[in-house]
Structure formats: structure tokens, C-alpha cells
Design a protein around this ligand. Structure first.
Ligand code: FMN
Length: 214
């Protein structure tokens, strides 16, 4: 008889690990101020590898990440400053003055984040649009959580969408055939580095958010 070579079925993590995991979820918050300290390549690769572990519709792994560091990151900051001009009027009405000023500073410096990741979705007729987009955000969240595990911080940003066409051009994405076919779409940016502040947890709402049906 053939020996049973199947690996044992995964029996779950220890209760200690489980409680640490929930603590990690609770600890995650958007970080918008970073130390002037580089993130080493090994750590950065671990974060990106964590992103790639995410589920995706039909396992198409339709995410594309552009990781900016050094001079390219500096050039991107200049583009980000331009994006501020596109949204400042809306935010001025919505945010209290102190938060508005903080946000403005953030857009101008990206909190001094040493790494900026621009996240794209490859959408084609093989999969529904929202499934493609959602799959990329699954990977983005994996990366967010991996940052917390590493003691790093990050902030996911929709702001780059204000200057979508410029970002596509900046990265050279606009020259790709899939972009020309309208299949490659910028979804968000992630600024990432070693935290230099410890913001309070943004409150969570429960009302009308979860509906149990039996
Ligand atoms: C898709 C998405 C886009 C976001 N865009 C921005 C942004 O452009 N600028 C910013 O400062 N924060 C941005 N955020 C962060 C949210 O403001 C933040 O997640 C929310 O206020 C809850 O706070 P927390 O992340 O600390 O729990 C974004 C978050 C997500 C998920």
C-alpha cells in the first residue's frame, strides 16, 4: 500500500496566536507621518509577498504594484502636491481646520514616507469589474496588515485618483497595450514607512453595518 503522503489538514492556530491576530487588526490604523528611515529590501519584499497571498476572483491575481523609492518617490511627491489642488476645496468644507492643515501637509510631504506603492487592477472580460477591483483591495489589506506585524505603518490613499492620467504617464503605464485597451486601472496608492506618530483608533460604527438573517 502507498504511504499516505498527504500533509495533515491544517488544524488552526493556537489561542495565543488567535488573540494576537485580533489585536493586530485592532492595532492597524492609517499612519500619515513617518521617520526618515529606509525600509530594507528584505522587509519590503516580505510585505509584497504578503499582498500576493490574497485571494482573487478566478485566481487571476490581477493586481499590479508599482513600488517607488529614492528619486522616483521624490518625483512622485511633486505629483501628489498637484493632487492636493484637485481636492482641497472639498476637504476645506468637510474637515475641521486643524485636520485640514494636517491633511494638506500630508499631501505635500506624504508624511516623509520612504516608499510609495501605486496599485493597479487589470480588468478584462474574463471577470466582473467589481470582482477584479475587489481582488486588488484584498491584496492591499494584506499589505496593510503585514505592515502592522512588522512594526511599520502605512496609509492607503485614494488621492492619486485625482491625477490618474498623470500617474499613468509618470509610471509609463500609459504605454502598455493593456492600458491602451482600457484594462489597466489605477485604484489607490499606499504610503509606507516607520511610523513617527501614534494616532488614536478611528472609531468604528456598528449601527446598520451588519445584518444577521436566520
Ligand atoms: C480606499 C481608501 C482610500 C483612502 N484614501 C485616503 C487618502 O486619500 N488620504 C488619506 O489621508 N487617507 C485615506 N484613506 C485612509 C482613511 O481615511 C482611513 O482608513 C479611515 O479614516 C479609517 O482610519 P484608520 O485607517 O486609521 O482605521 C483611505 C482609505 C481607503 C481604504
Amino acid at each position: 500500500m502507498e504511504p499516505n503522503t498527504k500533509p495533515p489538514r491544517f488544524a488552526g492556530f493556537s489561542p495565543e496566536f488567535q488573540s494576537e491576530f485580533y489585536r493586530l487588526l485592532q492595532a492597524r490604523r492609517s499612519i500619515r507621518k513617518f521617520q526618515k528611515k529606509a525600509v530594507d529590501e528584505t522587509t519590503l519584499n516580505r510585505l509584497l509577498e504578503a499582498a500576493l497571498q490574497a485571494p482573487s476572483g478566478k485566481n487571476r491575481q490581477n493586481w499590479r504594484f508599482y513600488v517607488l523609492q529614492g528619486a522616483k518617490r521624490d518625483e512622485y511627491v511633486k505629483l501628489s502636491q498637484k493632487s492636493w489642488l484637485g481636492i482641497k476645496d472639498v476637504l476645506e468644507k468637510r474637515l475641521k481646520p486643524s485636520l485640514y492643515e494636517f491633511t494638506e501637509r500630508f499631501f505635500f510631504t506624504l508624511g516623509e514616507a520612504p516608499v510609495v506603492i501605486l496599485c493597479y487592477s487589470y480588468n478584462d472580460e474574463e471577470e466582473r469589474y467589481h470582482t477584479s477591483v475587489g481582488s486588488v483591495y484584498m491584496a492591499v489589506e494584506n499589505l496593510n496588515l503585514a505592515c502592522v506585524a512588522e512594526g511599520l505603518g502605512c496609509c492607503t490613499m485614494g488621492a492619486p485618483l485625482e491625477i490618474k492620467a498623470e500617474v499613468d504617464k509618470f509610471l509609463g503605464v500609459d504605454q502598455l497595450p493593456e492600458h491602451k485597451e482600457g484594462k489597466l486601472e489605477l485604484l489607490c496608492g499606499i504610503v509606507l514607512g516607520w511610523p513617527d506618530h501614534d494616532p488614536p483608533k478611528a472609531p468604528r460604527q456598528h449601527e446598520d453595518r451588519i445584518h444577521f438573517l436566520k
